[in-house]
Design a protein around this ligand. Structure first.
Ligand code: ZN
Ligand code: ZN
Length: 177
């Protein structure tokens, strides 16, 4: 199944919900916790993870069902959870700037799509350290208006298209697009 984040009604609704966050003191795990149980992965066995901003609090998602995975379930230390939350704050800010269109759109897209850019470099570093717990890949931003990618944006090799969602993955580069 092909899956893309679009600028549809669902996104707007989620952005509204995010404005209520955060209002209470939080520990590092809470920063990544799903706000509703319905968004949590319930797979019996967790295989691979994808780091992706789906406009929720937690970018750690199950590669199989695409739902959020609680940071304690995969044994993240508080420090690791903090690093994920910090990176996620940046990537979701850029994503929201892109969604907002207008004068932000082009710069935000450039930052989000540059494989050597700071947000993607850091995202891949985090995917690599999360892979100590479960093999993890970083979701690379792709504008659905652009041609569908066939190559890994990092190494240029053909993508492995055997995926449940998205276009493909490159395991050596920890990339999912
Ligand atoms: Zn799952
Ligand atoms: Zn690659």
């Amino acid at each position: 199944m092909k899956w893309m984040i679009t600028r549809g009604g669902r996104v707007i609704a989620n952005v509204r919900r995010l404005k209520q966050w955060p209002t209470k003191a939080m520990n590092a795990y809470d920063r990544l916790r799903p706000t509703t149980a319905i968004e949590s992965c319930n797979c019996d066995r967790l295989s691979e993870l994808v780091l992706v901003d789906l406009l929720t609090d937690n970018p750690i998602h199950c590669a199989s069902c695409r739902r959020e995975v609680d940071p304690e379930r995969i044994g993240l230390t508080e420090r690791e959870a903090e690093a994920v939350a910090d990176w996620h704050g940046v990537v979701s800010s850029l994503f929201r700037l892109w969604l907002d269109s207008g004068e932000y759109e082009d710069d935000a897209k450039r930052w989000l799509t540059d494989p050597q850019g700071q947000v993607n470099q850091r995202g891949r570093e985090i995917a690599i350290f999360l892979s100590i717990h479960h093999p993890t890949r970083l979701w690379y931003f792709h504008d659905a208006d652009d041609p569908e990618p066939v190559e890994c944006p990092v190494c240029g090799d053909a993508l492995d298209t055997d995926v449940n969602w998205g276009v493909g993955i490159c395991r050596p580069c920890h990339v999912h697009i």
